[in-house]
Design a protein around this ligand. Structure first.
Ligand code: DLL
Length: 432
């Protein structure tokens, strides 16, 4: 049920003691070895010794994605390359990628943290785990692969793509746990249905999904279609990759490995902490990373910290599912619109499914938004009238909820350009 019960169920006092010790050693390390941090600390007149308790954390500067990009590729590494055994880069769909490194110890830690997430999601050594995240520079495939091996499961490194082949593998190799993005799980579920394969022909029990936002409605749909228990897991390259947090089978929020990560939730405007339970931007400080420590990294992910105890017995606080980002807000004719808001509305509308792509154009002085949706094969080829009706329903709902007019268009399945399995969500053609 637990991977490391002594650590996952630590009492808070012990945990906080461990956190401060680890924080101090991390601060000493970055001050000594990363000029970027030393300069920032010096400029603010702070030295690592000044940080005596976890609450002093707020005196430290934030680190942003721009800082990581600005120090491309290795300037934020706290160890010489000789100590680095693995390099990954973020899947970012825009701009320079962010490069991250791991020492041998970091890989061990990462494997353990991924193993925690897998165990929490139901996986044991008796499982056959199919990893349909991309292997390569992206952290998804390798990160979860090492975790699944650590658990002792039989791991199938299927990687992403070629859905028919994935399904053949799933059936023939008797896969019991599927790891991929939730939108890919939807695609798998739909393809299985189209191929006329009954769920009973498969051996699936668990689905561990992450790397992109999804909803309770989607969870229900995937669970029903595949006959599995689906859990959410979260992570980001700059901090680790997958393995930062994950749901247990209670499915009431994602347990954060707080012995390795200090988390804060801040108001993205004032940069001050929000009261526990309120929505804000997640900020993470790594406590054990050697090659690529991160101090107060602004994830831009919006979530809430859940402090009530979880029946599973883990004491680590949980975060709610990520409900959006603070940095991709679009201003459409003066109205603030989050692509994630459009996505979550789409999740709620019967007959639609992700992915979608939001195209923003400027005609004269007017912004125009078109939401491109991938249609299920059936909707595209026949039933033209039904299709038109559906488009109209979606359009009206979006207009109503967002307060702006939008156009909705159906495109053929699998035609939205993807990057590491995720479609580019927004194409902003406005020249501002
Ligand atoms: O996507 C790491 C990962 C791989 C996590 C596999 C889980 C499973 P990046 O490419 O750096 O890393 O993207 C990180 O993806 O800041 C979030 O905005 C988003 N994200 C990750 N997990 C979730 C999730 C990987 N469970 C960015 N729900 C993060 C919503 C998520 N968004």
């Amino acid at each position: 049920m637990y991977w490391e019960p002594d650590k996952e169920c630590l009492d808070r006092e012990e945990l906080e003691q461990l956190q401060i010790e680890r924080l101090q050693s991390t601060l000493n390390r970055v001050y000594a070895h990363v000029p970027f941090y030393r300069k920032k600390f010096d400029a603010m007149g702070i030295s690592p010794e000044d940080i005596e308790s976890v609450s002093d954390l707020s005196r430290l500067p934030f680190t942003t994605k721009e800082d990581v990009r600005g120090n491309y590729p290795y300037e934020l590494f706290a160890v010489p390359l000789r100590e680095v055994v693995r390099i990954h880069a973020s899947s970012g769909t825009t701009g320079t990628s962010t490069v991250v490194g791991y020492t041998r110890n970091d890989i061990k830690t990462w494997s353990n943290l991924a193993a925690r997430v897998l165990t929490a999601g139901g996986v044991t050594k008796d499982d056959v785990v199919q990893i349909s995240f991309g292997y390569g520079l992206y952290t998804g495939g390798f990160g979860l692969h090492y975790g699944a091996e650590r658990v002792g499961a039989s791991v199938i490194p299927a990687s992403s793509g070629n859905t028919a082949r994935q399904i053949k593998i799933m059936r023939d190799f008797k896969t019991t746990a599927l790891l991929c993005t939730p939108s890919y799980a939807m695609l798998v579920a739909n393809t299985i249905r189209e191929m006329g394969i009954p769920v009973s022909a498969l051996s699936l029990k668990y689905g561990l999904f992450g790397a992109e936002p999804w909803s309770e409605r989607m969870r229900q749909e995937i669970q029903d279609a595949l006959g599995i228990v689906a859990t959410d897991n979260y992570g980001l390259s700059e901090v680790l990759g997958p393995g930062v947090s994950g749901e247990c089978l209670e499915r009431k929020g994602l347990h954060i490995s707080e012995d390795h990560f200090l988390v804060e939730v801040i108001d993205p405007e004032t940069l001050r902490p929000v009261p526990a339970g309120q929505k804000g931007e997640l900020v993470i400080t790594t406590l054990t990373k050697e090659a690529f420590p991160m101090i107060r990294y602004r994830t831009r992910d919006l979530t809430r910290l859940l402090v009530e105890p979880c029946p599973c017995g883990r004491t680590g606080r949980r975060m709610s599912r990520v409900v959006g980002r603070t940095d991709d807000m679009l201003i459409i004719r003066g109205v603030n619109v989050f692509p994630s808001q459009i996505e979550s509305l789409l999740f709620e509308i019967e007959g639609t499914e992700p992915p979608c792509q939001i195209v923003v154009d400027r005609k004269g002085a007017m912004d125009e938004v078109t939401v491109l949706l991938e249609a299920a094969e059936a909707a595209f080829f026949d039933q033209e009238r039904r299709q038109a009706g559906m488009v109209d329903t979606i359009r009206k709902r979006l207009v109503h909820e967002l307060g702006i007019t939008v156009d909705v268009k159906l495109v053929k399945k699998d035609t939205l350009e993807r990057f590491e399995g995720k479609p580019k969500r927004v194409i902003d053609n406005r020249k501002l």
